[in-house]
Design a protein around this ligand. Structure first.
Ligand code: HMG
Length: 417
């Protein structure tokens, strides 16, 4: 039996503070257009020690359970995809289970492969349901991270943080994933970005990482396209195979990366149809490509441009932005998704937007979350960046959120607001 499986509901958590990129550009003596146009960044989320990865993940999960009145007994699997966990052994998923007082009869674990961890969790949840091992139950997959490169580094303007919690089930009211095995994969052993034990900041070979991302996209997209063409999900008929996707959400380390990615994806299609790219054709493709970027990709960048990179959560923040645009034409249309984790692992997959993919309630909630954030000055930003991550935080948690509250006998403590 071909079951319908996918994302039933999603919830977002963003840190309470953000930095305007224009302020950062001014402080670093950089032309603001480099950040605004060159990287496509407007704002960048900023955490304080109270907002660690557990607090972000638990807050997103709490919102998911509360807003959708999810019966905890429905859940048999809780996975957190993260690369910025808080312990070498105890997973973030286990903290979330405790903080939300979830039942004991479930699997809980973290998945790590840089920014790909959330997608690895999502694919595992889908396979778990498809196999029947779920015995009628649903999964919760959380992608949560704090992206940190450090002050005055080239990566500084590409930091950020956030968490997305997803309910994965046989009732995919947001996104029904195309399956079985409708994904294209590309992985390799590369040193483009990594974070050795004991370091808070990532080590990154920035320009090389962009090349690795694009090579992975090319491989993963071609793998997906072959299967999608065989199954008749997309066609060449007069255009490019990727024209069959209403939208494409990419992993977004910074928004301009999605623009580069989309050009690469179209180039992979053009190469396949053997269209010659003489100077005239190249000009035409530049115009078509720009139009296609505006229609297929730009709506997925609204949230990432205001949050920055959130590693595992970035792709799903982009997707949530699409769903929260309240676009009535979206339900029933096919969306492509590209997940990339440095190191590297990547996957291109697709799904069809469900009936809840255009909801005024979701839009209102996301608007409220972003609008309630506090803008910080450069001095405050640098203060929080230099603060010991385990310094006892002073702020009380806002209603419905969790905050890290200090360490007692090697145990991390959390407060709920
Ligand atoms: P950089 O060297 O500071 O920037 O680092 P640049 O000189 O390459 O400039 C960036 C762009 O701004 C260029 O555009 C410039 O032309 C433009 P492009 O050529 O790329 O189209 N520019 C301007 N535009 C308008 N007006 C101006 C102006 N000046 C310049 N005045 C870099 C940029 C992204 C490398 C750096 O920020 C970095 O290292 N970031 C971190 C690494 C990263 O995000 N990599 C992305 C791919 S890897 C990935 O996605 C995985 C990851 O999420 C981690 C994980 O998996 O866990 C990172």
């Amino acid at each position: 039996m071909n079951q319908r499986i996918g994302i039933e509901a999603m919830a977002l958590c963003v840190p309470a503070r953000y930095l305007e990129m224009e302020d950062l550009a001014q402080a670093r003596g950089v032309d603001p257009q480099k950040y605004a146009i060159g990287l496509g960044a407007k704002q960048m989320a900023l955490t304080d020690p109270g907002e660690d990865t557990v607090a972000l993940a638990a807050t997103a999960a709490r919102r998911l359970f509360d807003r959708h009145r999810i019966d905890p007994e429905r859940i048999g699997l809780l996975i957190c995809g993260t690369e910025t966990g808080v312990d070498h052994s105890k997973p973030v998923a286990s903290y979330v289970q405790g903080l939300l007082e979830l039942p004991h009869d479930m699997r809980t674990y973290d998945v790590q492969h840089a920014c790909y961890g959330g997608t690895a969790g999502l694919m595992t949840a889908i396979d778990w349901i498809a196999s029947g091992s779920n015995a009628g139950r649903a999964a919760v997959v959380i992608a949560a991270d704090i992206a940190r490169y450090g002050l005055r580094t080239p990566g500084e303007p590409t930091q950020g943080a956030g968490a997305v919690a997803m309910l994965v089930s046989n009732d995919p009211r947001l996104l029904e994933i195309d399956r079985p095995a409708m994904t294209g994969m590309f992985s390799d052993d590369v040193h483009d970005f990594w974070r050795p034990h004991g370091r808070r900041e990532a080590v990154v070979d920035g320009h090389y990482s962009v090349d690795c991302y694009l090579e992975a996209l090319d491989g993963a997209y071609r793998g997906w396209r072959k299967k999608a063409l065989e199954r008749g999900l997309v066609r060449w008929s007069g255009g490019l195979a990727s024209d069959g996707l209403a939208h494409v959400a990419y992993h977004v380390p910074f928004c301009k990366m999605a623009q580069k990615a989309h050009a690469k994806l179209r180039a992979a299609d053009l190469a396949e149809v053997g269209r010659p790219l003489d100077p005239e054709a190249e000009k035409m493709e530049a115009v078509r490509g720009a139009r296609s970027f505006e229609a297929q990709v730009a709506p997925t960048l609204v949230l990432p441009s205001r949050i920055g990179n959130a590693y595992t959560a970035s792709l799903y923040i982009g997707l949530l932005g699409l769903f929260s645009a309240n676009d009535r034409a979206l339900p029933g249309r096919r969306i492509g998704l590209f997940s990339y984790g440095s190191g590297c692992a990547s996957e291109f997959f697709s799904g069809v937007a469900g009936p809840d993919a255009a909801s005024p309630e979701l839009k209102a909630e996301i608007d409220r979350l972003l609008d309630s954030r506090e803008r910080v000055s450069i001095a405050e930003y640098e203060h929080w960046m230099n603060t010991d991550p385990v310094a006892p935080p002073t702020l009380e948690p806002r209603p419905g959120t969790y905050r890290f509250a200090g360490i007692d006998a090697h145990r991390r403590l959390y407060l709920r607001g």
